[in-house]
Design a protein around this ligand. Sequence first.
Ligand code: KG4
Ligand code: ZN
Length: 360
Amino acid sequence: MKILGIESSCDETAASVVEDGFRLLSNVVQSQIDIHAHYGGVVPEIAARSHIEAINPVIDKALADADCTWGDIDAIAVTYAPGLIGSLLVGVLAARTLALLHNKPLYPVHHVEAHVYANFITDQKVPLALALPSKQPAFPMLALIVSGGHSQLVLFRDHGDYELLGQTQDDAVGEAFDKVAKIIGLPYPGGPSIAGAAERGDTHRYDFPKAKLKNAYDFSFSGLKTAVLRAVQREVGKDHTFPSHELPGLLTASQRDNFAASFQQTAVETLVERTTKAFHDFSPQSVVIAGGVAANRELRRQLAESLPIPIEYAPMQLCTDNAAMIATLGYFMAEKLPLTDPYELEVIPSLSMTKTAWSK
Ligand code: KG4
Ligand code: ZN
């Protein structure tokens, strides 16, 4: 069964064809990072307009790369929640139109849940050459989902059957990477730039606090971000009245690298400690990490070191936003879910993955 996935929830326009929920036939991602980097973050109106320009060529290329015509496609899966409303609308309207035009079943996919399904892609068509996991994760599966908008620990008993163990009470960890990058003067998106600077920095130069919360699986990253801001102000001899956008200009390159390394160390340790605790409390068969921050090498290294079972990771290209994860989850939904009426499918900008029609 071949599923066409369509993703446009934020600043990546993406389409992909995945066969039987594990074989990647094409993976087209058109990123708008260069456009938004100019503004230091995603500008919703510009994102929506860029999706409109990109969506048809991106879908055409996904079909061509997969050597597919519409006759070969069995169903369409599209991100309908959560995300920027204007961005979501472009992908959903394209998917609804194509489902009607080509008479294909349509499956509405939750973006955050789909991130987890990047870990289910274990095979690919030549010339794709991604470093894929050797097998699909077994249930029960513990998932650490860490992106620009979400930080949560979820226990999956089966496809569509999961329990939210904990989540962030304020900023998502990716958001903290992005905000700290801004404070110390590193380019958007902050995750990769902090990871790069951290390689040159001293992880123990600054000691940042870790939030202690009532629920042992919850997260909080806003205090960490503020602690970095205060430490930067102290380091350059300024107080809170000094304009924060002028702070980076006063930091030396090595101070900046040390801030990046010390911040990353605290954020990663927090994620690893919570995940390891959940592992010991629930004894899952497998652990996966998902979302943009799952591309972080230090997180991968420290998690592998602290878990008593081997862990496999999805390739970096499938951790950040893509449509292969949408098509893969679409396959498992197609096996179990009733059909969605293309005329009825609406976007939902804010929706927990535990509140979808599919989740139990
Ligand atoms: O999943 P994603 O592509 O988009 C959302 O659904 O949010 O995640 C984007 C987030 C951004 O905050 C970005 O800074 C972060 O993932 N990110 C990273 C790395 N690569 C991307 N964070 C830490 N280390 C990385 N290597
Ligand atoms: Zn995402």
